[in-house]
Design a protein around this ligand. Structure first.
Ligand code: FMN
Ligand code: SF4
Ligand code: SF4
Length: 260
C-alpha cells in the first residue's frame, strides 16, 4: 500500500514509478481526505509507503491530518518507508511523519528523498523547459533507484538532503509555515472566469465559488499551492511575490480536475 500526497504532481510521479515496480496499490491522501476514507487493511500488503512533499521542513498539514485520523489494520512488522520530494532541503519532515505514523502502529524503517522542481514560487522562479527537463530526468532516475531499494526491502536513512542546519531550524520553520499559510495572503486578479477548478483541486476543501469568484472559507490552509499553480488563468497570487511568475505542474503525470 502506497499513500501519496501531491499538489503539483512531483510526489505523484515518484509514487507511480515506485508502484509500477513493486505492484503496490496507490492511495491518494487528497482523495482519501475528500471521501473521508481513513480505515485501511494492510494485512495483505508487503509494504506501507508514504510519498509526500516537504513544506517548510515539515510534512504538509493535510498529511498530518490524514495520519491523525488513520486507522490501519495489520501494520505491525510491515516494511514501512517514507519518501520526501523536495527542492532544497527536507529538515526533519521525514522524522516528523515517522513519529506520527509510529502512533498508528506503522514503524518506518527506511527514509528516502527525491530532489525535484521546487514549487514554492514566492521564493523562486520556475525555470525554462530545458532546465526543467533536466531536473525532472534526475528526479525520475532517483525515483527508479528508490523503487529498486523499496522492492528489495532496504532499511536505513537514505535522505541526503535533510541538511544538518536545516534539521536544527525545523521547529522554527513550523511557525513560518503557519504564518505563510494564512489564506488572507491570497490575492485574486481580474482574469478569473469563475471556472471553479481551484475549488475542485483544494485538498483542504476550503475554497467555495461565490458570485463567480473563489472565496477561502478558512483562515489558514495546507499551502499546497494547487489552486495557484493549476488555475488556468493564473488568477491566484500570493500577493506581489508570485505576480507574473511561471506556474508549474509536473508534465509527466496525469492531473485530474479534482484531488490528485
Ligand atoms: C508551501 C511550500 C513549502 C515548501 N517548502 C520546502 C522546503 O522546506 N524544502 C524543500 O526542499 N522544498 C520545499 N518545497 C518544495 C516542494 O517540497 C517540492 O517542490 C515538492 O516536490 C512538491 O511536490 P508536489 O508536486 O507533489 O506537490 C515547498 C513547496 C511548497 C508549496
Ligand atoms: S481556477 Fe482560476 S479562473 Fe477558475 S475559478 Fe479559480 S481562480 Fe478563477
Ligand atoms: S487553498 Fe490553495 S494552497 Fe491552500 S490547501 Fe487549498 S489548494 Fe492548497
Amino acid at each position: 500500500m502506497l499513500f501519496y500526497f501531491s499538489a503539483t504532481g512531483n510526489s505523484k510521479r515518484t509514487a507511480e514509478i515506485i508502484a509500477e515496480r513493486t505492484g503496490d496499490r496507490l492511495v491518494s491522501v487528497s482523495g482519501a481526505l475528500a471521501s473521508g476514507a481513513f480505515s485501511y487493511d494492510a494485512s495483505g500488503d508487503e509494504r506501507i509507503g508514504f510519498v509526500i512533499p516537504t513544506y517548510f521542513y515539515n510534512p504538509p498539514k493535510a498529511v498530518l491530518r490524514f495520519v491523525e485520523n488513520l486507522e490501519i489494520e495489520g501494520a505491525g512488522g510491515k516494511y514501512a518507508y517514507v519518501v520526501l520530494t523536495l527542492g532544497t532541503r527536507t529538515g526533519t519532515a521525514g522524522r516528523s511523519l515517522a513519529k506520527a505514523l509510529a502512533e498508528k502502529g506503522v514503524d518506518v524503517v527506511a527514509q528516502f528523498c527525491v530532489r525535484t522542481q521546487y514549487t514554492y514560487i514566492p521564493s523562486l522562479e520556475i525555470p525554462g523547459d530545458d532546465e526543467l527537463n533536466t531536473i525532472l530526468d534526475e528526479a525520475d532516475a532517483d525515483s527508479e533507484k528508490i523503487a529498486a531499494q523499496v522492492e528489495a526491502f532496504e532499511k536505513g536513512d537514505f535522505n541526503r538532503f535533510a541538511g544538518t542546519v536545516a534539521a536544527a531550524v525545523s521547529p522554527s520553520m513550523k511557525a513560518a509555515y503557519d504564518k505563510a499559510s494564512a489564506t488572507s495572503n491570497f490575492t485574486l486578479s481580474g482574469t478569473c472566469d469563475g471556472c471553479g477548478l481551484c475549488a475542485k483541486v483544494c485538498p483542504d476543501g476550503i475554497i467555495g465559488i461565490c458570485e463567480g469568484r473563489p472565496v477561502w472559507n478558512s483562515d489558514s490552509c495546507t499551502l499546497c499551492l494547487a489552486c495557484l499553480h493549476r488555475c488556468p488563468r493564473a488568477a491566484i497570487d500570493l500577493g506581489e511575490s508570485t505576480v507574473g511568475k511561471r506556474r508549474y505542474v509536473n508534465p509527466r503525470t496525469g492531473m485530474p480536475d479534482g484531488p490528485i
